[in-house]
Design a protein around this ligand. Structure first.
Ligand SMILES: NC(=O)c1ccc[n+]([C@@H]2O[C@H](COP(=O)([O-])OP(=O)(O)OC[C@H]3O[C@@H](n4cnc5c(N)ncnc54)[C@H](O)[C@@H]3O)[C@@H](O)[C@H]2O)c1
Length: 239
C-alpha cells in the first residue's frame, strides 16, 4: 500500500535518482525534480517536473504537482546541488554566487515551496548537505560555505516547524556518483585522485549511493520520529 508522497530534487542523477528509485520500489509515490530534460525513471507512481531550483516558481510547480497528482506531500528530499573547486584567487565572484544560489538558495526555495503542503500532516524533510559543510576541505571556498548554509537552514526549519514537520540533514562524504565520476574524468591522474579521496575516510573507501539512501530512509521513517534538527554524517568516519 502506498504510504508517502515524496518530492525528490536532483532526481535525474546520482543520489536523487537512487532515492527516487528506492521510494518507488517501496510502493511510495514520487515527484522528481531536476534540470535534466527527463529523469530516466519510468514508473506509474513517478511524475517528473523539469525545473531550476534557483527559481521559486519552478519549485512551486514541483510541490503543486505532488498535491495535484497524489493529493498531498509529506516527504521532501533535497539532493539537487553542484560542486565547485577553487580558492579566493581561482573562484570569481559570479561563480561563488552561483554555487550559493543553487546549494543554499535552492534549498530555501524548495523548502519554501513545499512547506504549505508539508505542514498539513506529519511530514519529514531531509536535506543533502556535505561533510564539507561541517569540516571544510581545502580549495572549496564556495562549496563549503554553501553546504554550511544548508545545515543551518535545516536547523532553522526544524525549530520553526516542529512538531508537524521534522527536518534533518545527511552529510555525505565523497560518494560515487556522476558528480565525482565527472571530476575524475577531468583529472590528468584519476587513479591518484581516487586514492586521495579514499584516504580521507577511515573506512578506506568512498561512499556508495546506497549508503546515502539508507540514511535518508531512516530520517524520513517513523523509526526516527523523535529526531529533528540533526546532522547525520555518512562519510566512513567522524567529521
Ligand atoms: N557526490 C559526492 O561526492 C557528494 C558529496 C557530498 C555531498 N554531495 C551533494 O549531494 C547532492 C547530490 O549530488 P550527486 O553526487 O548525486 O550529484 P549529481 O551531479 O549526480 O546530481 C545532481 C542533480 O542536481 C540537479 N541540479 C543541479 N543544479 C540544479 C538546479 N539549478 N536546479 C535543479 N536541479 C539541479 C542536477 O540536475 C542533477 O539531477 C548535491 O547536493 C551534492 O552537493 C555530493
Amino acid at each position: 500500500m502506498s504510504r508517502k508522497v515524496v518530492l525528490v530534487t536532483g532526481a535525474a542523477s546520482g543520489m536523487g535518482e537512487a532515492v527516487a528509485r528506492k521510494y518507488l520500489e517501496l510502493g511510495d509515490r514520487v515527484v522528481g525534480f531536476s534540470l535534466e530534460e527527463t529523469a530516466g525513471i519510468i514508473h506509474p507512481n513517478f511524475t517528473y517536473v523539469r525545473g531550476d531550483i534557483t527559481k521559486l516558481e519552478d519549485c512551486e510547480r514541483a510541490a503543486a504537482a505532488a498535491a495535484e497528482k497524489y493529493g498531498m506531500l509529506d516527504t521532501l528530499v533535497n539532493c539537487a546541488g553542484v560542486v565547485k573547486e577553487g580558492n579566493l584567487e581561482t573562484t570569481d565572484a559570479s561563480a561563488f554566487q552561483k554555487v550559493m544560489q543553487i546549494n543554499a538558495g535552492g534549498t530555501f526555495n524548495i523548502c519554501k515551496a513545499s512547506i504549505p503542503y508539508l505542514k498539513k500532516q506529519p511530514s519529514s524533510i531531509v536535506l543533502i548537505a556535505s561533510d564539507m559543510g561541517a569540516k571544510p576541505l581545502n580549495d572549496r571556498i564556495a562549496y563549503n560555505p554553501s553546504k554550511a548554509a544548508v545545515i543551518m537552514l535545516m536547523k532553522c526549519i526544524a525549530l520553526d516547524y516542529a512538531p508537524m514537520v521534522r527536518c534533518n540533514a545527511v552529510l555525505p562524504g565523497i560518494i560515487d556518483t556522476p558528480m565525482i565520476q565527472n571530476r575524475l574524468r577531468q583529472s590528468d591522474h584519476p587513479e591518484e585522485l581516487m586514492k586521495i579521496y579514499e584516504s580521507l575516510y577511515p573506512m578506506g573507501r568512498i561512499g556508495k549511493v546506497e549508503d546515502i539512501v539508507n540514511g535518508v530512509l531512516f530520517l524520513n521513517d517513523d523509526a526516527s520520529a523523535w529526531i529533528t534538527g540533526i546532522e547525520l554524517p555518512i562519510c566512513g568516519g567522524p567529521i
